[in-house]
Design a protein around this ligand. Structure first.
Ligand code: UGA
Length: 429
């Protein structure tokens, strides 16, 4: 075994699990996927893809003969020695990560010399050590453990898996670490092979740093509004410094998704649980919460009260190219609008089905132009590419008001103004 023919087990067929499975299939491996959700497994067996992710369906179709889906862990155990764990670690009320799904998987895997857990789920630093301690207490000393965090972004997940900036492998220097390193070798990415705790921390610290960058530029944007500077120009000027870099400096109405909010909180809690108060992350979280509400004061500034006003939201997903609504800024914004008496209509090219489950009071339109009909104000919430090319004269005709708030600084301000509308971005004069 080993090299290109190493069969892989993947436990959990969410974002990370499915992309990992498809990616390893693309690299020539036989992949055995396991999930407790019977309906999901049935759909995957029929060739249906439960999430919207560019390029994923193509890979799953292309490698159909090499991807096996089952609800029975025994199927993966029978074929693979490396068992990638990609189950959810959602936040709990305390802000800590909920590791019950991870522990359920660990409990179900029998001891064996040629078997290893490979942790892809994002877990607090120290999880690997505590799992290994428990395994030892239970006499399951032959099972190996590797931490192999995933850095993929939704919307470009397949590309991120196949062309990673780096591969991080934390292990005990045994066969399993070597085997995981060998799996990733064909990708030619820089490798960080390290101890398990450090690998776990690389993941949390990377997400926390990116979130910090976003909250930082959002605060700069808010100061720009007070001082007449344009945050887009400021970010361009900052980003050309190699040490800063241009990415993740887009000011807007806050970060969302299944990772940043959860992981920043989890790192803050992890620090707190070990007696350290992580002040910076406390501010990053607070800035982000306030940023989601910033559109409200802009609306009030232009429209006065919001009672009975019609507001159209363009985009609902937490970012473009995904139907993921987890922690999306649109959730907070639409709830605030409803609370202030506004009537809210919305259009999202892909996320409507997910959004309907979470936003019962919203009117859903089937195009941007239909959503803005009769609107006093339009708010760009998610910067789907199609909104950039909107026919603004047509929008102006449909609206009953004149206000366009660009929550992602993604629109062509001149084009909006040329249609006789008032444009207001985030942090722009
Ligand atoms: C993030 C990380 O980027 C991945 O590296 C990581 O693997 C992943 O979390 C994870 O831990 O699973 P993701 O949540 O898919 O990926 O999305 P991002 O592209 O990072 O965007 C997160 C949020 O930040 C979005 O709401 C986006 O709109 C916002 N954002 C991003 C900004 O507001 N400004 C920016 O400049 C960039």
């Amino acid at each position: 075994m080993g090299g290109a023919r190493e069969p892989i087990g993947v436990i959990g067929t969410g974002y990370v699990g499915l992309v990992t499975a498809a990616g390893f299939a693309e690299l020539g491996h036989e992949v055995w996927c396991v999930d407790v959700d019977e309906e999901k497994v049935a759909r995957l067996r029929r060739g249906e893809v439960p999430i919207y992710e560019p390029g994923l369906e193509e890979l799953l179709v292309k490698h159909r003969g090499h991807l096996h889906f089952s609800t029975d862990l025994a199927d993966a155990l029978a074929h693979a020695r490396l068992l990638f764990v990609a189950v959810g670690t959602p936040p709990t009320y305390s802000g800590d990560a909920d590791l019950s799904a991870v522990h359920a998987v660990v409990d179900a895997i029998p001891d064996a010399d040629d078997r290893s857990l490979v942790m892809k789920s994002t877990v607090p630093c120290g999880t690997g050590a505590s799992i290994q301690r428990v395994l030892k207490e239970q006499g399951r000393t032959r099972l190996s453990y590797v931490s192999c965090p995933e850095f993929l972004k939704e919307g470009s997940a397949v590309k991120d898996f196949l062309e990673p900036d780096r591969v991080v492998v934390g292990d005990n220097g045994d066969w399993a670490g070597d085997a995981v390193v060998a799996l990733y070798e064909p990708l030619g990415a820089p490798l960080v092979r390290t101890d398990i705790q450090s690998a776990e921390m690389v993941k949390l610290a990377s997400n926390a740093f990116l979130a910090t960058k976003i909250s930082f530029i959002n605060e700069i944007a808010n100061v720009c509004e007070q001082t007449g500077a344009d945050v887009v120009e400021v970010a361009r000027g900052m980003g050309l410094d190699d040490r800063i870099g241009p990415k993740f400096l887009q000011a807007g109405i806050g970060f969302g998704g299944s990772c940043f909010p959860k992981d920043v909180d989890a790192l803050k809690q992890l620090a707190g649980n070990s007696g350290y108060h992580f002040q910076l992350l406390t501010a990053v979280i607070e800035v982000n919460e306030l940023q989601k509400r910033r559109v409200m004061s802009k609306l009030v500034k232009h429209l006065g009260g919001l009672v009975g006003r019609r507001v159209a939201l363009l985009g609902l997903a937490f970012k473009p190219n995904t139907d993921d609504m987890r922690e999306a800024s649109s959730l907070v914004l639409s709830a605030r609008l409803a609370a202030d008496g506004a009537r809210v209509s919305a259009y999202d090219p892909i996320a409507e089905e997910e959004a309907r489950k979470l936003m019962p009071g919203l009117e859903f339109a089937d195009s941007a132009l239909a959503a803005v009909e009769g609107a006093d104000a339009v708010v760009l919430v998610t910067e789907w590419p199609e909104f950039r090319d909107l026919d603004w004269a047509g929008v102006a005709e449909q609206m009953s008001g004149w206000l366009v708030i660009d929550g992602r600084n993604a629109l062509d301000a001149d084009a909006v103004r040329a249609a006789g509308l008032v444009y207001e971005g985030i942090g722009r004069a």
